[in-house]
Design a binder for this molecule. Structure first.
Ligand code: PGA
Length: 254
């Protein structure tokens, strides 16, 4: 289903008290107005998943997600968190392939593919991120670069598996920088991704794909971005740490 989605990526910010407070503030806003046409997902740090899930239980269209998971099933992998563990906490979404993990933790397309397969096996929806560094855009190689990332990972999934994936385009140079991609550049890339998925999997899959944008989305620019024909919502970093900003972004979707 092509769903409208706004996902918060809290990254490695806030302690337990602050996380509960932020969730409480978000819940207060949602109690007043809850845009029920939008899937709202809070992707929070591992230690707080259970508590935040409990706080969010029963709230319409509000879900809790993780920011990573292991590519391995179980066993002697010190420090890893498996998809089965996340499933046991009723986690429904997990971010994979974020550029911070690709760049800082050297995660490869193969590893990202393994993680997605593990998640899909457990009926957890991967929020798959792709995006180019600035040098590739400068060389006008950005579309080829992003489609290659998709080809190397997602395109190894079966038709019934890819139906379960949400894709996020996040140009690396726009993440956390305050520089948002130009609207025509966002639409160009989203159109190219949808077309590519159509060429690989057919039009019914591509039409139903939820395709989000991420990179310095804020309450002032969200509406214009979300109004683009191939954009179905966003993955929000910095602005998701302020409850009012996050809710304003959610309410920017028509
Ligand atoms: P940003 O982060 O909104 O702070 O740019 C987005 C992300 O990394 O998902």
């Amino acid at each position: 289903m092509r769903n409208k989605i706004v996902a918060a990526n809290w990254k490695m910010n806030q302690d337990e008290y602050e996380s509960k407070n932020l969730t409480y503030e978000i819940l207060k806003h949602l109690h007043k107005t809850n845009n029920s046409s939008v899937y709202k997902i809070l992707c929070v740090p591992f230690p707080f998943l259970n508590r935040i899930s409990n706080m969010c239980e029963g709230v319409n269209m509000l879900f809790v997600g993780a920011q990573n998971c292991s590519a391995f099933e179980s066993g002697a992998y010190t420090g890893e968190v498996s998809s089965a563990m996340l499933k046991s906490l009723s986690i429904s979404y997990v971010i994979v392939g974020h550029s911070e993990r690709r760049v800082m933790f050297k995660e490869s397309d193969d590893l990202i593919l393994e993680k997605m397969k593990r998640l899909i096996l457990k009926q957890i929806i991967p929020i798959y991120c792709c995006g180019e560094p600035y040098a590739e855009r400068k060389k006008k190689n950005h579309i080829r670069y992003v489609l290659n990332q998709i080809e190397q990972s997602i395109c190894n999934l079966k038709k019934k598996e890819i139906k379960k994936v949400v894709i996020v385009y996040e140009p690396i140079w726009a993440i956390g920088t305050g520089i948002t991609a130009e609207l025509e550049d966002v639409q160009e890339m989203h159109f190219a991704i949808r077309k590519f998925i159509r060429s690989k999997y057919g039009s019914s899959i591509s039409k139903n794909l939820s395709l989000l944008y991420g990179g310095s989305v804020n309450p002032l620019n969200a509406k214009q971005i979300f109004d683009l024909p191939d954009v179905d919502g966003g993955l929000i970093g910095g602005a998701s740490l302020k409850s009012q900003d996050f809710i304003d972004i959610v309410n920017s979707i028509n």
